[in-house]
Every structure is written in C-alpha cells, then in structure tokens.
Design a protein around this ligand. Structure first.
Ligand SMILES: Cc1cc2nc3c(=O)[nH]c(=O)nc-3n(C[C@H](O)[C@H](O)[C@H](O)COP(=O)(O)O)c2cc1C
Length: 264
C-alpha cells in the first residue's frame, strides 16, 4: 500500500529535518569561518593604521610593513605609557588588548562626565602605534572614536613628530549614510587632512570641519578641513571626536610628554 506523503505529520517532519540540517550547516560555517573573519578584521585594522600613517605599500604585505610599527598602551589617566605594574594589575596583554571591548568592561573603563564625543564610557588604556627611526619617534598613530549622526565612528589619526601636524586620518568603521555622512570614507576628503595642524598657539585642540568649505584666506585655515556637504551632523561629530581625543582629556597630555621628553 502506497503511503500518503502529503500528510501533515510527514510535511512537518520533512520541514523540521530540513531546518535542523540547514542550521547545522549555518552554525558550522559561522564557527568555522570565525578565525578567518577575525584575521581579516585584524588585517583591515592594520591596513587602516598604515593608511593613516601614509605607509601603505602595494609591493609589500600589510603584515610585513606593520612589523616596523611598535604597539604600546597609554594610560589616559597619567598621559604616559602604561607601566608593567599597571598592565599586570589590569590583567591585560598588550598584544591582544582590544580597546573597543575594554570600553565596555566596567573593570577596564570609566564613565565619562564630560563627553563631547558621545561615547558614554572609555577604556582606561588606549593602544597607540609608533613609527621609529634612529632619531626617535617619527610618527604616532592614535585611535579615535565618537558619535556621528547614526553611528559610532572609529578611526585613526597619524601625526608627525611635532605631535601636531596631521599625516593622515580615516575611519575604519562607521555607519553614516553613504553619499552623505558616509563621505568620511571618501579618499578625496581624507586627503584634505594632510598637513593640517591640531593645536593653536595656546595648545588647544582646535582642528575642526568648516561648514561650506575652508576659506583659504582664513588665518585659521591650517586648523580647518572642509565639512561634508549635506552632513552637518556627521561633520559636527567628527569635529567633536577629534577635538576630544586630541584635547586635554584625551591624548593631549600624552602628546605633551612626547614633545617634551620624547620616547620615555
Ligand atoms: C535618509 C537621510 C540620511 C541622512 N544621513 C545623514 C548623515 O549620514 N549625516 C548627516 O550629517 N546628515 C544626514 N542627513 C541629513 C540630516 O538629517 C540633516 O538634514 C542635515 O545634516 C542638516 O543640514 P545640512 O544640509 O546643512 O547638512 C540625512 C538625511 C536623510 C533624509
């Protein structure tokens, strides 16, 4: 006697079996691909650091160029490189430290009272990248982040060894609208940062985006970069986050120490 394959019971069994098999495949793919995803994420981070520092070289692999960069942790409280005692006490490893993850960990972060970058809390230790020559530090690359209109934007800014002049700036993770705020990723806009100065004569971080574009006759033009058209709110976010991270409550004290004492 032929069995009835159209019965409700059989339909449900087939559907459930299919779901089970597919979910096993999806889960296996997610777990199996995780190491590759992490490796790609790491590679992308390195590429963005090198790009900000103007060190990308198409003839050499990113990993190879990155070997010439020294990774250090800075205590944002003291404005100095984190000591071994501080690192041990915090139970972190410089090689694997993830500043973004640390900012969410109450033990490794602090709530911000003054919060112009709208990040709510920040990690106590920041990862900085140094390019050195025989003469000492050649360039420094600093991580910065802050809220735009829709998203927290994460980027790197690279400075020359006057710790004031910008070499390059770019975001590696942002969710602003493509064509509007998303233009923070436009290479033409990023190129406008090169040669700009962060600090005024009083040592205040005054670099900012100028609505409607920079007037070259403006005496402050050296501290200004064209704002993004149709994206006033993202532009304001960029100004706020750069001024915050390079200011007195961000990397300002650390950069002052580098200026006066060099590599400690
Ligand atoms: C769909 C949509 C997406 C938008 N995305 C952004 C954005 O990413 N960043 C931004 O600053 N403004 C964005 N805006 C525009 C702002 O809402 C706001 O109108 C604008 O920033 C203010 O004026 P502006 O034209 O002087 O820049 C968007 C608007 C719409 C309708």
């Amino acid at each position: 006697m032929a069995s009835n394959n159209d019965s409700i019971k059989k339909t449900i069994i087939v559907a459930l079996s299919l779901c089970l098999v597919c979910s096993v495949f999806v889960a296996a793919a997610a777990v199996g691909l995780k190491p590759i995803q992490n490796a790609n994420k790491d590679l992308d981070r390195k590429r963005n650091i090198l790009s900000a520092a103007n060190m990308l070289d198409t003839s050499t692999s990113v990993d190879e160029v990155f070997e010439s960069i020294e990774t250090r942790l800075v205590s944002l409280k003291t404005g100095r490189f984190a000591t071994d005692a501080e690192i041990n006490q915090a139970g972190i490893d410089v090689a694997t430290y993830d500043q973004q993850a640390a900012a969410k960990d109450p033990a490794l972060s602090e709530v911000l009272v003054n919060d112009p970058a709208s990040i709510k809390r920040r990690a106590k230790f920041a990862t900085v990248y140094l390019v050195k020559s025989d003469a000492g530090i050649d360039r420094v690359i600093l991580p910065v982040h802050g809220y735009g209109l829709w998203s927290t934007m994460y980027g790197f800014i690279a400075l020359e060894n006057d710790f004031d002049t910008v070499i390059g700036f770019g975001f590696y993770d942002q969710g602003e609208t493509p064509g509007l705020g998303g233009e923070v990723d436009n290479p033409n806009w990023k190129a406008l940062w090169e040669g700009k100065k962060i600090y005024n004569d009083q040592g205040e971080a005054v670099i900012q985006l100028a609505k409607g574009g920079v007037d070259s006759a403006d005496p402050q033009a050296i501290h200004k970069v064209d704002g993004l058209s149709g994206a006033t709110l993202t532009s304001r976010g960029v100004t706020n986050l750069v001024q915050y991270w390079l200011g007195e409550e961000g990397f300002g004290p650390f950069l002052s120490v580098l200026r006066s004492e060099g590599d400690q």
